[in-house]
Design a protein around this ligand. Structure first.
Ligand code: NAD
Length: 427
């Protein structure tokens, strides 16, 4: 393995430093509640207005959204909600008699309240509102609280429209760590979230992770600053690769993009093209900096090594522009979402193709996929052990309880054995 271009900074170290800042902010909110939140909203977003979006203001904002934008958001909603509904149907309730007189079952119960964070610092991420809110609703979540940072006088109108379209019940004009804490603690709305979902910058992602660690609520996944990689072989078009890498480097200064290839000629060509494609962007500084600081081109021996390296990076998005797409689909195991073939590009999934764009970053792809309908569902089990089945189940449970030194447990089982089978001997 050889670096044709190596990152100058470690993006993991850069985001780790933010955790300390976030811990301090969360402690302050825990101690002072809504008062602290008001101060933080003023400090970080220069916001002093109401937080809960009124019906009147919501309708006025929605009226500003051009019909074409509404139509495109409707298309995105239909795809994302449809895919989420199919996911919901893939998980079923069932009951099974596993032994004579032993009835075991599984129920699927949606969480009551979801807090959906919709990022809005650098861009107005309208499609992100659909990704989280529509998926929560497809799962059957009763109350969805959605937060997004105000940009000027309000949340961007297209974001408000997307939240409304997807079914948000309460909209809060707030961003950052204070918004995450507001949803977790139920500040202003009186509805503490059972789960916090949605992407965000490193502050937002760290806040979700810290709150999940307290056991207060669940989270979808560590969905921080966007990462993207392209796997390409000799058949790939270098310009398409460079354009796709730059498209993802525009997310922010801390968004890494990587090329993994087994073709030296392609690696060198893409390395040459990157500065040119970046220079042609309307805001070249952001992709230029993220490419300089975090961008990498890794040249591998063969496709097996490319796959191994790609799995080590576990990038949020992995695009494959190589022969034998089925081999790659079978072989790759760590990533947020896969984009197969030259016709597929991350922005399609990001906006409207139907899969969710809230995806694992910082190697969270080692243990989780992205947001999906199952994250909002509780798989609950139940059982009925008929008296006659106690002979088998309580006998074993009693003996196993004593192996573990749990006499009270053993006696609960022994009691049943003597009660249901009074004429038998039990050791
Ligand atoms: P954001 O809404 O995530 O963050 C903006 C908020 O950050 C502001 O409201 C402010 O309150 C807070 N903030 C800003 N500076 C701060 C500081 N110094 N200390 C504490 N809080 C501060 O919007 P953004 O900043 O534009 O970031 C969006 C992020 O979402 C990007 O990093 C993008 O890559 C990422 N993203 C990730 C995914 C995913 O699935 N992983 C998907 C889409 C977007």
């Amino acid at each position: 393995m050889e670096y044709i271009k190596k990152a100058e900074l470690s993006f993991e170290e850069v985001s780790d430093q933010k955790r300390v800042i976030v811990e301090g902010i969360l402690k302050d909110i825990e101690a002072r509640g809504e008062e602290a939140v008001r101060e933080l909203a003023k400090k970080f977003d220069n916001w002093e207005g109401d937080f809960i979006l009124s019906e009147e203001k919501k309708q006025a904002l929605i009226a500003q959204v051009p019909q074409r934008v509404k139509d495109d958001l409707q298309f995105a909603y239909d795809q994302v909600f449809g895919f989420a509904k199919a996911q919901r149907e893939s998980i079923v309730e069932f009951e099974k008699e596993t032994l004579e007189g032993v009835r075991l079952g599984q129920k699927v119960i949606p969480m009551e309240v979801a807090g959906c964070y919709v990022p809005g610092g650098r861009f107005a991420h309208a499609c992100s509102a659909i990704m989280s809110v529509a998926t929560a609703k497809a799962a059957g979540v009763k109350t969805v609280v959605a937060c997004s940072p105000p940009r000027g006088e309000s949340i961007a109108p297209a974001v408000v429209y997307a939240m409304e379209l997807a079914g948000a019940d309460i909209i809060i004009e707030m961003g950052g760590v204070q918004a995450i804490a507001t949803m977790a603690f139920g500040l202003f709305s009186g509805k503490p979230a059972n789960i916090l979902v949605g992407p965000g910058n490193a502050f937002v992602a760290e806040a979700k992770a810290i709150l999940a660690g307290t056991g207060r609520c669940a989270i979808d996944v560590f969905a921080g600053p966007t990462e993207s990689s392209v796997i390409a072989d000799k058949t790939a078009d270098p310009m398409t690769v460079a354009i796709d890498l730059v498209s993802q480097a525009e997310h922010g200064l801390d968004s890494p993009v990587w090329l993994h290839t087994d073709c030296r000629e392609l690696a060198e060509k893409v390395n040459e093209l990157m500065p040119k494609v970046i220079a042609d962007m309307p805001d070249p500084d952001t992709p230029a900096t993220s490419w300089r600081d975090f961008g990498e081109i890794v040249l591998c021996e063969d496709r097996e090594e490319v796959a191994k390296v790609s799995d080590q990076y576990a990038s949020e998005h992995v695009q494959v522009m190589a022969e034998d797409l089925d081999w790659w689909t079978q072989r790759l195991t760590n990533y947020g979402s896969l984009f197969l073939g030259e016709g597929s590009t991350v922005p399609q999934g990001d906006k409207c193709s139907g899969t969710n764009h809230i995806l694992p970053t910082k190697k969270a792809g080692y243990m989780s996929g992205g947001l999906n309908v199952h994250k909002f569902l509780k798989i609950m089990t139940y059982q009925e052990i008929k008296p006659e089945a106690n002979k088998v189940v309580s006998g074993a449970a009693s003996r196993l309880s004593r192996v573990e030194g749990m006499e009270g447990h053993a006696r609960a089982c022994d009691w049943r054995l003597r009660k249901f089978f009074p004429n038998e001997e039990w050791d």
